[in-house]
Write a protein that binds this ligand. Structure first.
Ligand code: SF4
Ligand code: SF4
Length: 302
């Protein structure tokens, strides 16, 4: 199921209280409670680790490739497939399930998850789902996000007696830390509206977004081996850090995407003055050209 389909199912279930849906039609906040326990002795152990639609966040990929001792390139090739999100076609990497083995996750064995301490944030949340409010649907004073329960019939964890709040579950599973790491990236995904509701992300922007979201080695070469540092001013101390540290580089990448793909400002990197002047001149020239074309069209119609 694509994210768009899931979003539709959540909306439907939450609005209409859909019967038979795995998503409970109840909107939870951080203090809402639920009963659940998952442990190796439970009869359904690892049944949920198949046919999952797991979109990997940049931090998920860094943790998993370090865990497996792989380069990003190799990790992506062995364990993921690309996916384009919704109308705007924002590119992301999805964990590839093993279709010829009943759709099982490549990391599950009879003893459980082989990458448990580095499992993706989506697995950490389960059976809780997180939804971000799209900006146009947000009312004053509302939180940016809400939660819901995914109650699948095979999951026996709900018959257990351990009680959690959404927040205590997130802390226990480490998803709050992952959320902290992924927040800027999630915000970039929500900025998709800046391309217009019906507009696809331009190909170059798509390429940059995918590189920063999935491949730290490539992004590092891009920063240090292309004309990047002739274009942007970046603090020397930060440059030394991102040369070694994937997580710092990922966070720097989010700032870069904000500037280069979404046209926002950043405190971390700035266009050099001469490049800025050239860019402004180019934009003015492009706009004048478009205006002239529109004027010609308008005259032709008269
Ligand atoms: S990564 Fe681990 S927890 Fe997540 S689906 Fe795969 S085996 Fe299950
Ligand atoms: S189906 Fe539910 S209880 Fe069973 S292993 Fe998965 S999450 Fe745990």
């Amino acid at each position: 199921m694509s994210l768009k389909d899931l979003e539709k199912r959540i909306d439907k279930a939450l609005k209409k209280g859909q019967k038979g849906s795995a998503i409970e039609p109840v909107r939870l906040d951080r203090n809402s409670t639920f009963k659940f326990r998952c442990y190796p002795g439970v009869s359904c152990f690892t049944k949920c680790c198949r046919n999952m639609n797991i979109i990997l966040t940049p931090y998920d990929i860094i943790r998993l490739k370090h865990r497996l001792g792989l380069s990003s390139d190799l990790f992506l090739r062995l364990y993921t497939e690309p996916e384009l999100l919704g109308i705007t076609g924002i590119p992301v990497a999805r964990l590839k399930m093993l279709e010829d083995e009943g759709g099982r996750c490549p990391f599950v064995t009879k003893d459980g998850c082989q990458v448990y301490s580095d499992r993706p944030v989506c697995c950490r949340y389960y059976p809780i789902g997180l939804a971000s409010l799209r900006q146009q649907e947000k009312h004053a004073g509302e939180e940016d996000e809400f939660f819901f329960v995914v109650k699948e019939s095979h999951c026996k964890g709900f018959l257990e007696d351990t009680e959690w709040t959404v927040d205590s579950w997130r802390a226990d599973q480490g998803s709050d830390y992952y959320d902290h790491m992924n927040r800027e990236w999630m915000e970039l995904l929500l900025r998709k509206r800046s391309f217009g509701e019906e507009t696809e992300m331009p190909p170059r922007a798509r390429e940059l977004f995918f590189m920063v979201s999935t491949n730290m080695e490539r992004f590092r070469s891009f920063v240090f081996e292309s004309r990047f540092l002739d274009t942007y001013i970046v603090d020397g101390k930060l440059l030394r850090k991102i040369l070694e540290d994937d997580v710092a580089l990922m966070q720097f990448g989010f700032e870069y995407l904000k500037v280069a793909v979404f046209g926002a400002e950043s405190d971390v990197l700035k266009l050099k003055e001469d490049i800025l002047h050239k860019t402004v001149k180019k934009i003015i020239k492009r706009r004048k050209k478009r205006l002239r074309r529109l004027q010609r069209l308008a005259k032709g119609r008269k």
